[in-house]
Design a binder for this molecule. Structure first.
Ligand code: OGA
Ligand code: MN
Length: 314
């Protein structure tokens, strides 16, 4: 395996990677000075265990992996890729919010596009549109749940002619770059995360108490040690409203300051999609956000499979 380090990449477990990857044909080519690699040399539809181990080693190092495919994986192939890495998230939220039928056949296939259940563009005032608009804010998936998202794999089935890049930021590099005094100051803190907090920021404000009750808030460490790579990382998201035990505004100010610091250009990669691409990211080591496009004019069909820390309760 080819793991160039000359670009100044931090060595996120690179030695382990070299050992594992010896048995796989996986090739990783860095796309950014601190994180992100394009993966080639393997077939996502036909992965050996050595390939999977190499993918995990690569994502431990690079945080975000880009796979260019000639055509989109089928939903079944996409889910099988995820399933081999852990239990999958099932999304029930969108149908509740839209009071609608799902567009996609499987609960584990998360619909991130702008289409309704018949394949037409969502209407301007559709609640699902407001729900998706929350993705325009920097976040990490499912931090509003106790059972956090680990890997997300987003697949591009159709894309608009312009806009709609996805931005990623490296939370390990951001943490490492904090002044030592700041690292100490934020080290023991806990943040509260709620889906309703980020959705309100995205414009979904007519949420009922019954809807809110389906998703209570969760508390997570602001700085955590990544369970697989062992690296320290900030764990931030638009879902994080405040710091537990602090006055709301004081916590808010700290979260805003850290988010601004962590999303400086030097820590950010913007992905320009091609149909067939799969981008896989580590939610415990990065943040991401959608960027705008003319979403009432052009179709964008994006589908996500997300691997959780633990099996999801029904
Ligand atoms: C997601 C997400 C961003 C985008 O799928 O989790 O935030 O650009 N997507 O669609
Ligand atoms: Mn997301």
């Amino acid at each position: 395996m080819d793991t160039p380090n000359k670009s100044g990449h931090d060595d996120y477990g690179g030695n382990v990677m070299d050992a594992i990857v010896g048995k796989s044909t996986l090739k990783a080519t860095p796309l950014h000075p601190v994180f992100v690699a394009e993966i080639s040399g393997i077939d996502l539809k036909n992965l050996s265990q050595a390939d999977l181990d190499a993918i995990v080693a690569a994502i431990n190092q690079y945080g975000v992996l880009v796979f260019h495919n000639d055509s989109s994986l089928s939903d079944e192939e996409h889910m099988e890729f995820g399933r081999r890495l852990g239990p999958l998230q099932k999304l029930k939220m969108l149908t509740m919010i839209g009071k609608s039928k799902p567009r996609l056949k499987y609960q584990t296939m998360i619909d991130v596009g702008n289409l309704d259940e018949t394949g037409n563009l969502l209407e301007e005032n559709d609640r699902r549109r407001a729900y998706h608009n929350g993705n325009l804010l920097w976040h990490t998936d499912a931090s509003f749940d106790d059972n956090r998202a680990v890997y997300s794999m987003l697949s591009a089935h159709s894309i608009p002619p312009a806009g709609a890049d996805t931005d990623f930021a490296d939370m390990r590099a951001a943490y490492n770059a904090l002044p030592e005094a700041k690292k100490i100051a934020v080290g023991g803190l806990m943040a509260e995360h709620s889906i309703w907090y980020s959705r309100a920021l995205g414009g979904l404000t007519d949420v009922t108490e019954a809807e809110k009750a389906t998703r209570p808030a969760a508390h997570h460490k602001l700085v955590h040690i990544h369970p697989v790579s062992g690296k320290a990382s900030l764990y931030l998201a638009s879902h994080a409203s405040h710091i537990v035990g602090w006055a709301f505004e004081k916590g808010r100010a700290l979260l805003d300051e850290l988010t601004q610091f962590a999303t400086q250009e030097r820590f950010v990669y913007s992905h320009k999609w091609r149909v067939g691409d799969i981008v896989m990211w580590d939610n415990l080591a990065t943040m991401h956000r959608a960027t705008p496009f003319e979403d009432t004019k052009y179709k964008r069909d994006m589908r996500r499979v997300t691997v959780l820390e633990r099996e999801m309760a029904d």
